[in-house]
Design a protein around this ligand. Structure first.
Ligand SMILES: [Zn+2]
Length: 404
């Protein structure tokens, strides 16, 4: 009996029921907002130069019949924001960044009734956005490189325009018709800020499951205990997986990995050379190499090493290289061929992963995983430059802007 599979099937059933509107409660319809309570102008944090945000004030935009105006409560800083802040690789400056945001609906057009999963929407509901679909409703992935965007975009990575309120590092954001928006009123603020990064890991675990190797009783190694690796561990734990080994070079992160569900930890600084390291993995997993491993670092050495952590016939998911971190050396004979390794890559998420993510965050809370503590530092909007510098210093985990 595959308990994990049963559990996932149950979740999927619930999600589908919600999408069909079965789980929805009675709708207060025609909820055009009371504009009188809204200010005339509001702030955005606009990246106007490398490593330089300016707080700018603009008139609140018109809310069209299909649009939603959201008062922002908070937004996490993503690795993508850090790259934009330092180097503007996507050529977006001037831009209002922030895509891990959440807030409250304060005004909505008369055509807006339901969210993208079929749940009712009304004033006061807490929402997150996912993607903006332009021309291809079939699209399930998006590319952050503007040149390659085929059919979807994302708030917080849009070039500035006459609306200005296009990212979550702001007081308000205008969600336009055609966007994906989810009613997540049943999640607390910190959980809502963590939805976007968690969706990345939900997707990776879905990719891993597609190998048929990752099961509820698998021995799993997770290499890299930044936010990505830590969330990975928490998801595996909510799936009922017990034998999780966290691998990192920093004891503080390994200690937190344990609190998020890792049964064992391994500090790679305690081992000299890859053979000793692989032996270390084996002894920490009760004398067995891992059935499955997740590579969550952006380090080429990390990629080369992880093959040695996996048993013959095992599986591997590479999700650490969000940006080009260079080439990695492997031995195709030992690492892939003679091992009959099954490997998957994982990139961003699909729309459907979002719905699964909401259930994950509730499950994590239920079994007492301290997900909130992933957000280690918070700053008000006006201190966004400092927030980004703290993020680059890598002294914390997830850094977030919180609007009071
Ligand atoms: Zn992101």
């Amino acid at each position: 009996m595959d308990a994990n599979k049963a559990n996932i099937e149950e979740i999927v059933k619930q999600v589908l029921a919600n999408m069909a509107g079965n789980g929805a409660t009675a709708a207060p319809s025609g909820s055009a907002g009371k504009a009188s309570e809204l200010p005339k102008t509001a702030r955005v944090a606009m990246l106007t130069d490398l490593e330089h945000y300016e707080i700018k004030e603009f008139p609140l935009p018109e809310v069209g019949d299909d649009d939603i105006l959201v008062k922002v409560e908070g937004c996490g800083i993503c690795g993508t924001d850090a790259h934009e802040f330092k180097k503007d690789p996507f050529g977006l400056i001037p831009v209002v960044l922030g895509h891990e945001g959440t807030g409250e609906i304060v005004k909505m057009g008369k055509n807006v009734k339901k969210d993208s999963a079929g749940k009712d929407l009304k004033l006061g509901d807490k929402v997150v956005t996912c993607m903006i679909f332009k021309d291809d409703p079939e699209i399930t992935m998006f590319d952050l490189n503007k040149q390659n965007v085929g059919g979807a975009d994302v708030y917080g990575l849009l070039p500035d325009d006459e609306v200005h309120f296009n990212g979550w590092f702001s007081d308000y954001i205008l969600i336009r018709g055609g966007s994906t928006v989810f009613n997540v009123s049943d999640l607390d603020l910190y959980s809502r800020i963590l939805i976007e990064p968690c969706a990345v890991l939900i997707h990776a675990v879905e990719r891993a499951k597609s190998t048929g190797i990752l099961r509820f009783n698998s021995r799993v190694a997770v290499q890299g205990c930044g936010p990505i690796g830590l969330i990975c561990i928490a998801i595996l734990r909510t799936m009922g997986i017990n034998d999780i080994l966290a691998v990192d070079g920093e004891q503080k992160r390994l200690d937190f990995a344990r609190r998020l569900g890792a049964a064992e930890t391994l500090n790679f600084k305690d081992y000299k050379g890859i053979e000793a390291l692989a032996e270390g993995v084996k002894s920490k997993l009760g004398g067995h190499l891992a059935d499955f491993a997740f590579q969550c670092t952006g380090s080429p050495v990390g990629h080369s090493n992880i093959y040695k952590f996996v048993r013959n016939g095992g599986g591997l998911c590479e999700l650490g290289f969000f940006i080009n971190g260079g080439d990695a050396t492997i031995n195709p004979h030992f690492d892939i061929c003679s091992k009959e390794l099954t490997m998957v890559g994982s990139w961003v998420y699909t729309l459907r992963d979002y719905a699964t993510t909401f259930e994950f965050l509730k499950s994590a809370k239920k079994i007492g995983l301290p997900m909130d503590e992933l957000i280690t530092d918070t700053f008000p909007l006006e201190q966004i430059n400092e927030a980004h510098r703290t993020n680059l210093a890598m002294t914390g985990l997830k850094i977030a802007i919180i609007n009071q």
